[in-house]
Design a binder for this molecule. Sequence first.
Ligand code: ADP
Ligand code: TRP
Length: 315
Amino acid sequence: MKKTLLSGIKPTGQIHLGNYFGAIKQWVDLVKSGEYESFVMIADYHALNFIQNKEEMRSLTQELVVDYLAVGLDPKEVTIFKQSDISAHTELTWIFDTLVTVPFLERAHAFKDAEAKNKEISVGTFNYPVLMASDILLYSPDVVPVGSDQKQHVEYTRDIADKFNFKFGETFKLPKEMILESVATVPGIDGQKMSKSYGNTIPLFASDEEIEKAVMSIVTDSSGDVPTNVYAIHKLLKTEEELAPIYEANKGKYKALKEALIADLKAFVGPLRARREEILANPTLVKETLEMGAKRAREVAEKKLEEAKVAIGVL
Ligand code: ADP
Ligand code: TRP
């Protein structure tokens, strides 16, 4: 019996090294292991909290599918689908909404952050963890590989599943997050968590010029021999053993070390970018991938939703 894996990303902008090393690389490796039935989602309804423009939504969604294919996710081996194609996600969210309390959702980090910024918070933002619980529980995954910032969301998912199961009988499998310690939080060019919203990213498909510009602007205010922020990114590409002679030979030479990082990043990104170009040259691939993905995802999700509807007594 194969285990099941599910994860996803919101189509809210260019993916970066943090997304890749923190989450996507794990998906690719686990899919290739052949041990999992895998589901990888484009969380477009989650993105609607941020992207409220038709053209932008459409193009960011397409781009993310191309990115998934370019990193080596093969639609024959993994179900790649769009959240909005599977209406079971929003339907199950309503069912969960009747169980989940307001104080429970008020304890979520993302909600507290938004509140601290004094923003007017939409119901969709408040309810984000409930939709994410539905995304996950419909597919009964054993593992949800994500970066550490998503840990609380998976904990919420377990709590929601537990509450449902307690009230209505065993229906949902409790999922586990899978977080690789070494890349749980990939730092950006300023040393903070790399994130689209902090403007400190190195895009996964960056051009050579973008790589040079990003690396040259890595903040190096440390006074020691090793520029910490350069080393932290370099460590994603090479082992400590491989890096030791380079950093030994260039003690305190921040420019030379940045140049070494630029060379390694170009060698890493180059083939990925070339693969992305190939996929872009085949415009029907995205459409076919999503159609195929929706078909398989729907089969699995609708079956689980039906179980939940029987359990609550509406079917
Ligand atoms: P961003 O913060 O750039 O908006 P997302 O929230 O879209 O990124 O994250 C998509 C996936 O990538 C999630 O699984 C998230 O945990 C992971 N991820 C994002 N940034 C990082 C990072 N800096 N380090 C490790 N994982 C990350
Ligand atoms: N909240 C996740 C993020 O911001 C995206 C996401 C939505 C997700 N639904 C999911 C991740 C289900 C894993 C499983 O990155």
